[in-house]
Design a protein around this ligand. Structure first.
Ligand code: HEC
Length: 91
C-alpha cells in the first residue's frame, strides 16, 4: 500500500512538472514573436508613440545610426530591435 501511494505521488509530481514545462514554453511565445518581427513593423509600432515617424529618406544612413541610438533610450527598445529598425531606415 505504501509503495503504491508513493508511486501515485511521484506520478502527480511528474504531471505537475509537465504542466509547468508547457506553461513555461507557452510564455516564451511572445518573445519569439518579437524576434520574428521585421524592422518596418518594429518601426511602426515603436516610433510613432511620441511623434510622427520620419520617413526613411529623411536622414542619411550615418544619421539614422545616431538617431537609432538616441531613440533607443527613448523608446526603451532592445539592441536587437534598434538594429532591425535602423537597418530598415537605412534602405
Ligand atoms: C518616448 C518618446 C519617443 C519615442 C518612443 C521615439 N522618439 Fe524619436 N523623438 C522623441 C523626442 C522627444 C524627440 C525630439 C528631442 C530629441 O531629439 O531628443 C525625438 C526626435 C526624433 C528624431 C529627430 C526629428 C528631427 O526632425 O530632427 C527622429 C529622426 C526620431 N525621433 C526617430 C525616432 C525613431 C526611429 C524611433 C523608434 C525607434 C523614435 N524616434 C521613438 C521622442 C521619442
Amino acid at each position: 500500500m505504501k509503495i503504491l501511494s508513493l508511486k501515485k505521488i511521484s506520478s502527480i509530481i511528474i504531471l505537475m512538472f509537465l504542466v509547468l514545462m508547457i506553461t513555461v514554453m507557452h510564455s516564451c511565445k511572445p518573445s519569439q514573436l518579437v524576434a520574428a518581427k521585421t524592422g518596418a513593423q518594429l518601426w511602426a509600432e515603436n516610433c510613432q508613440r511620441c511623434h510622427n515617424t520620419p520617413s526613411p529618406s529623411t536622414f542619411s544612413p550615418e544619421q539614422w545610426e545616431t538617431v537609432g541610438l538616441h531613440m533607443q533610450t527613448r523608446a526603451l527598445i532592445t539592441e536587437d530591435e534598434r538594429k532591425k529598425i535602423v537597418d530598415f531606415l537605412k534602405q
